[in-house]
Design a protein. Structure first.
Length: 504
């Protein structure tokens, strides 16, 4: 089967199909995770808001998948305490009961028991919390991860099981047989310009926010499925939160949940929910979104962040599926359930869903693909499939913890030159050996690939990432046998991109 799309959904499908023994080719037009999958709130969670909406089945599914993901990728998925601060008398019993239901639904996949905190206990957990009017809080537990690092390890897992995955390989045509049924694709190698034709029993469209564009390759009249919604996150120094717990604000002025989360020794605050007309690979934040997050954060943090404190602002677009096709619904109310659609020519599209449930989505998709392609029926094995790099005590690996078992290989690279382990920038922990590793083993092709998705430098500190670009380009050029002109082009292109992350 051919899978179009190299985000969480597509790579998840590739893992599932390859681990069942099917021949799989995955084609990604840009880089793995370039779209939505690198731009999440960094949470593996059941979804407290969906509980409030009454979508119990989605919450239970997500809580189960959360547990399976921690089990199969403990090097990248960790428990995190969340605290709901209470400033009204009714909030403690209201949210306390809600979190007990959350615990109950998690069952054996629970991450920890929720409880009500006194004001003193809340401040002890969150010393940077706004104390005026604070009555206490509710603590509960969910999961946290590094999204694009998990995606790269998922891609490696698919490859370990025999799948072929290509980035910078956009599909330019979906081919059909004499009766009009999909039988393959034509794709272009974006680096060489070469065009290649591939035959397949099944073609799966897992392109997220771009799903409608791919559907129109087989049916130009296809109605729009996706209702794109934009969410932004602001990144600040760790000192704004100064805690090992996150803040969860269940109701903001726009009706969304807002999180302030410790992540890679920084503080991430988000998110917004703004309907947009068209998806893009590099969406820009709206002024009102930045203002909204700053204003809301100021209500809960004792040290209110300002515009000048923003180290990076990143923007993601949710591939939400329209509920009735009229486009009139509020996007925050749209379900995060996934949808599988098969058009009259046999193109299978999987859309919607959320990061946490990617494994279950993939299982459902491959089950449909087996029927559609008349393939031999083989059972799914991913519930207990350890992901590439599996390591039970990755915290012992220091700054290389996100690589899990691969950290040893990066240290081996550093044996060539101990200077490769030195941080490339005083404000971030990333070292040159990681750049070499990402080119040799993780298909990084551009400076952006390294600084945005193999490391998270661009998302954590855009100015620092801009400073690192020349060194990263030089290291990559050496590995890729590129010249000085390539280095200059890469640095110029990356810095132009990074300016959109400054939030100024």
């Amino acid at each position: 089967m051919v899978v179009i799309g190299g985000g969480a959904t597509g790579v998840g499908v590739a893992i599932d199909a390859a681990s069942r023994g099917y021949a799989v080719l995955l084609l990604e037009a840009q880089d793995f995770g370039k779209g939505t999958s690198s731009r999440s709130t960094k949470l593996i969670h059941g979804g407290v808001r969906y509980l409030e909406q009454g979508n119990i089945s989605l919450v239970m599914e997500a809580l189960k998948e959360r547990g399976l993901l921690r089990q199969n990728a403990p090097h990248l998925v960790h428990d995190l305490a969340f605290i709901v601060p209470n400033y009204s008398w009714w909030e403690a019993p209201f949210y306390g009961i809600g979190m007990k239901v959350y615990d109950l639904l998690a069952g054996k996949y629970g991450f920890g028991r929720s409880r009500i905190l006194s004001a003193a206990e809340t401040i002890e957990q969150l010393p940077n919390l706004q104390t005026d009017g604070l009555l206490g809080g509710v603590i509960y537990y969910d999961g946290q991860f590094d999204d694009s690092r998990l995606l790269i390890h998922m891609a490696a897992t698919a490859a370990d099981h025999g799948a072929t995955l290509l980035n910078y390989a956009p599909v330019i045509e979906i081919t059909k047989d004499e009766v009009g049924f999909v039988n393959g694709v034509i794709y272009k190698d974006a680096e060489t310009g070469g065009v290649h034709k591939v035959q397949a029993k099944v073609v799966i469209n897992a392109t997220g926010i771009f799903a409608d564009q791919v559907r129109r390759m087989t049916d130009p009249e296809a109605k729009q499925m996706i209702a794109p919604s934009q969410g932004i996150h602001l990144v600040f120094e760790r000192s704004f939160l100064r805690a090992n717990a996150a803040i969860m604000v269940p109701h903001t002025s726009d009706g969304r949940v807002l999180f302030a989360i410790p992540w890679h020794d920084h503080t991430v605050v988000g998110t917004t929910d703004t309907p947009i007309e068209q998806p893009s690979y590099e969406p820009l934040p709206f002024e009102e979104e930045i203002g909204f997050i700053l204003d809301t954060a100021a209500q809960f943090l004792s040290r209110p962040p300002s515009r000048k404190d923003i180290l990076s602002v990143y923007v993601g677009i949710r591939p939400l599926v329209r509920s009735d096709g009229d486009g009139g619904e509020k996007t925050s109310a749209l379900s995060r359930d996934h949808t599988i659609h098969i058009d009259s020519s046999g193109l299978l599209t999987i859309a919607g869903g959320k990061w946490t449930t990617y494994r279950h989505m993939a299982e459902d998709c491959v089950n449909h693909a087996i029927t559609l392609g008349r393939l031999d029926d083989t059972a799914c094995i991913t519930k207990s499939l350890k992901l590439h790099g599996y390591h039970e005590t990755s915290d012992d690996l220091g700054a290389l913890w996100v690589y899990g078992a691969d950290a040893a290989e990066i240290l081996t690279i550093a044996n060539e030159d101990p200077n490769l382990l030195e941080p490339m920038h005083p404000e971030l922990t990333y070292c040159a050996a990681e750049v070499v590793w990402s080119v040799r083993n993780e298909m990084a092709r551009t400076v952006e690939d390294v600084l945005a998705r193999r490391t998270r430098a661009l998302f954590l500190n855009a100015r620092a990432a801009m400073d690192m670009a020349p060194l990263v380009a030089e290291l990559m050029a050496r590995e890729l046998s590129q010249n000085a002109a390539w280095i200059e082009d890469q640095v110029v292109a990356f810095r132009a991109l990074a300016r959109n992350y400054l939030g100024q």
